[in-house]
Design a protein. Structure first.
Length: 465
């Protein structure tokens, strides 16, 4: 291996890449990580998970203070006002501390950070900026970029992608969001809470594709109650910008009469695609899937020996924790160990209020894959803690195999859904039945009791409904 500069070169320092690099170094491999950005942490830390959650938290506080929620509990605040610059600067602080944290971890674990854009020269040789390095194994972890909408130009002023929407210098009057997926609903929530009218234009009949059908319906109801305008089954045919105003042309997805929406901000959030720009995969002979992802096998190997791929650039859910787990597994595989990710048990969370979370199969997918299933549901309106906190939106839904009682999936709409879903993920990893969850003692009064009761409902015996 000494014929190479490094044992492992990881390309990209997002949650996939930085984790792979740290684990490889922990396993005693001489490791470098190439990153084109000025800071480590990838999309997630710089312009994704972290800044979006910072604004979601801050805007939630603003809404609580101004929307009558605190007053209902007897906490009366007069004259609460918005200081958007301060909100942005607190967000920037969180991002800076976390990206700096990865830099510290690289130093601590002796991962060499190669600054610059990487391009393959051959299977073991990569140009990073103006230096050329060789490595025995190379991990592609270059993440994803925004899917463009043909005919709609992102100027990051009036027409923005998620990066622009995380940095708007003022609250728009009317934000039109193209795409009723995770980004549209999270960032739409931020600006709605801060005072914008928000219209979401979604091509499909329901928002949140990939989620359980009942959850999609209930979520839409809650978002509408919060003041979102949801135009489902609608497509955008064009956006024209005139100064600081935009006109969005829409028509029914199935065809029909066209109309226009006047907006002062338009967010394009119709998905993300693998980022392979400038990587020169051809020079190494790495093949792509039909959908433009870097093709891999179960162990994260590409078709070229010694080249591996993980995270958003590879197939599967485009989520930070999926990328991280693949980062650990790929490093272990490179080191000759057995790194495995169970792609059937990866939680998804939408960090709106309430949060929307799921793991495993939706009811529809479970019926299709397993056939006979049992479903247990429990509403937060019957959960004592949610009732006490006046926080009763949502429910828990547990789906189990009718024959074996094994849990196949769970869905939660609740203020705490993102944290609660971990319990079901853990149970599923252990091969739990709904009965295992139903007979696990849960502390009272907690929102988590709703998971236990939904599990009890699978066999028809909840206590509190
Ligand atoms: P990335 O994080 O995209 O990192 C890839 C890195 O590679 C980048 O830093 C890029 O600069 C670098 N790179 C690319 N090409 C090269 C090259 N040729 N040379 C050198 N460097 C290169 N996921 C969640 O799980 N939870 C969330 O709450 C969440 N919120 C999100 C909010 C937003 C607004 C967005 C856009 C995404 C969000 N995601 C969230 C998704 C999450 O960010 C991604 O799934 C995750 O970042 C993928 O990690 P990755 O390591 O595969 O790639
Ligand atoms: P998405 O795939 O979640 O949603 C895109 C939506 O746009 C879909 O509902 C789709 O039907 C719709 N759409 C597609 N083309 C359209 C068109 N022409 N007109 C109208 N609607 C159209 O993608 P999104 O929201 O852009 O997010 C990208 C990815 O980033 C997510 O899939 C997720 O993996 C990740 N992410 C995760 C978060 C989390 O975990 N909390 C938060 C934000 C992003």
């Amino acid at each position: 291996a000494d014929q190479y500069d490094y044992d492992v070169l990881v390309i990209g320092a997002g949650p996939g890449g930085y984790v792979a690099a740290i684990r490889a170094a922990q396993l005693g491999l001489r490791t470098a990580c190439a990153e084109a950005r000025e800071t480590l942490g990838g999309t997630c830390l710089n312009v994704g998970c972290i800044p979006s959650k910072a604004l979601l938290h801050a805007s939630e506080l603003y809404e609580e203070a101004t929307g009558g929620h605190l007053a209902k509990f007897g906490v009366e605040i007069q004259g609460a006002t918005l200081n958007l610059d301060q909100m942005h600067s607190e967000k920037a602080k969180a991002v800076k501390e976390l990206t700096g944290g990865i830099e510290f971890l690289f130093k601590k674990n002796k991962v060499t950070w190669l600054k610059g854009r990487a391009a393959f020269q051959d299977g073991h040789t990569v140009k990073v900026g103006d230096q050329t390095v060789t490595a025995k194994d190379v991990v592609i972890a270059t993440g994803s970029v925004v899917t463009p909408l043909p005919g709609v130009e992102i100027d990051q002023k009036v027409v923005v992608d998620s990066t622009g929407a995380l940095a708007l210098p003022k609250v728009p009057e009317h934000l039109v969001v193209i795409g009723g997926g995770v980004i549209g609903l999270e960032l739409g929530s931020v600006w709605r809470r801060l005072g914008a009218k928000v219209t979401v234009v979604e091509y499909l009949d329901q928002i949140l594709p990939g989620f359980d059908g009942e959850v999609r319906k209930e979520s839409a109801k809650l978002f509408k109650k919060q003041g979102f305008e949801l135009m489902t089954g609608t497509k955008v045919t064009g956006v024209t910008v005139d100064g600081d105003r935009a006109t969005v042309s829409v028509e029914p997805a199935k065809g029909g009469e066209a109309t226009t929406l006047a907006a002062d901000a338009v967010l394009v959030a119709i998905g993300r695609k693998p980022n392979i720009d400038g990587l020169d995969l051809e020079a190494a002979g790495v093949k792509l899937t039909e959908r433009g992802q870097v093709g891999i096998d179960h162990d994260f190997r590409t078709n070229v020996p010694g080249i591996w791929a993980i995270g958003d650039v590879a197939p599967g859910l485009m989520l930070a924790h999926k990328a991280e787990d693949e980062g650990v597994a790929v490093a272990e595989n490179i080191a000759g160990q057995t790194g495995i990710v169970n792609h059937d048990v990866i939680p998804s969370v939408v960090y709106t209020m309430p949060e929307i979370a799921g793991v495993g199969l939706s009811e529809e997918a479970a019926k299709e894959k397993v056939g006979e299933i049992k479903v247990g549901k429990f509403p937060f309106a019957a959960n004592s803690r949610a009732k006490t906190n006046r926080d009763t939106d949502g429910f828990v839904k547990v789906i189990a195999d009718a024959k074996t009682d094994r849990v196949l999936g769970a869905w939660i709409i609740s203020s705490l859904a993102g944290t609660m879903i971990a319990q079901v993920a853990q149970a599923m990893e252990f091969g739990a039945t709904s009965e295992d969850i139903a007979y696990t003692c849960h502390a009272h009064p907690t929102h988590s009791e709703a998971i236990k009761e939904a599990a009890m409902a699978v066999t028809g015996k909840p206590i509190h409904v």
